[in-house]
Design a protein around this ligand. Structure first.
Ligand code: FES
Ligand SMILES: [Fe+2]
Length: 358
């Protein structure tokens, strides 16, 4: 049985950071439940293509190499161009028109290599922007990168945004953030919330503004203690697991050392929060009809927005998608609270040492 009802949505997706792929570089990747090859030609253009050579099946990402603006297969030396067309068979005077690699549209922006995935091969339906803060070295710090493998579907991870109540219980924040506005417009979703940030000097009022462009690209702006911009990029490995990448930049203070200390603390706090979310995502069920409180966030609006990206449709064949386990397996002891629900209701700290991670 499938873990979730969702297929892989269409979207722009981050497949690498730009600095991971030098000219002539070739990387094997696995996203969209597909073996892929990412390579950069001698002109500097990045290409993402299906990796299995149509000749006799070699993986172009393992031993393939860049020749000018083509990628050469390690097995029999056939070469493919950036469109995936076979342009040379070294031991034949002809090429093979049937030997065509599926090629994904790629843009490189904000220091990220982004590829467009659509299950039917439809061309990009919208664009993603240059984010000014990521292109402003004078006022913002160099990028900091973090990456997390998350055993959940994209939608389950993204739903966290509108889940204001979990901050108190999962992230131990004193005050639940308040959603001031949630609205959607076509592929865009806008979230405006207010949050208290605890600091050693007391609580500071902050804002979190999230502009989500599609399942694979969101821009999060934190203001309050420190102005931080975070690109949140979730890329499906399969329909059931994702790689979540964060790209941070922080507005510089006059004092360089203070900037990096505050920035580092912020990055670590956000990363810690993701690690706290992971056990929840790993073990939670997906409910077709959650039983909500009147003060819960705008889940239904979020889900309705999310549903547009499933070109193949969402087919609920049951009301509860619980984590699959082999019939013989006992629940795993790690990753769960050891304290009882009543201890939590009494307000005891449920975080820290008893929140084990994989
Ligand atoms: S398998 Fe790629 S050239 Fe033969
Ligand atoms: Fe969270």
């Amino acid at each position: 049985m499938s873990r979730f009802p969702f297929p892989i949505p269409y979207s722009w997706y981050q497949v690498a950071w730009s600095d991971e792929l030098p000219v002539g570089g070739v990387r094997p990747l696995y996203y969209f439940a597909t073996d892929l090859v990412l390579w950069r030609d001698d002109d500097g253009t990045a290409h993402l293509q299906d990796a299995i050579c149509p000749h006799l099946g070699a993986h172009l990402g393992h031993g393939g190499h860049v020749e000018g603006c083509t990628l050469q297969c390690p097995f029999h030396g056939w070469r493919y161009d950036g469109e995936g067309t076979n342009v040379d068979i070294p031991y034949s005077s002809r090429t093979n028109g049937r030997a065509k690699l599926r090629t994904y549209p790629v843009v490189e922006r904000n220091g990220l290599i982004m590829a467009w995935y659509h299950p039917d091969g439809v061309e990009p339906l919208f664009d993603i922007p240059e984010v000014p803060e990521l292109n402003d070295d004078a006022r913002f710090t160099p990028q900091v990168h973090r990456s997390f493998d998350i055993p959940a579907a994209w939608q389950e991870i993204a739903e966290n945004q509108v889940d204001v109540a979990h901050f108190r219980y999962v992230h131990n924040t004193d005050i639940v953030p308040e959603i001031a506005e949630y609205s959607t417009d076509g592929h865009m979703a806008y979230l405006r919330s207010e949050q208290k940030f605890p600091t050693p000097q007391g609580t500071v009022d902050g804002r979190i503004d999230v502009d989500t462009y599609c399942p694979g690209f969101g821009v999060v702006r934190f203001s309050g203690i420190v102005d931080t911009v975070l690109l949140g990029c979730n890329t499906p490995i399969t329909a059931e697991e994702c790689q979540l990448r964060f790209t941070f930049t922080v507005r510089r203070f006059d004092d360089e050392r203070f900037t990096s200390a505050v920035g580092d603390a912020f990055v670590e706090e956000v990363s810690r929060q993701v690690q706290e979310d992971i056990p929840i995502w790993k073990y939670k069920g997906h409910l077709q009809r959650p039983a909500l409180a009147d003060t819960d966030g705008p889940y239904l609006q979020f889900r309705s927005w999310a549903s547009q990206f499933y070109a193949e449709g969402v087919d609920y064949d049951r009301a509860v998608y619980a984590p699959n386990r082999p019939a013989s397996a006992q629940p795993e002891p790690e990753g769960v609270h050891k304290r009882t629900a009543s201890a939590r209701l009494k307000g005891e700290d449920t975080h820290g040492a008893d929140m084990a991670l994989d």
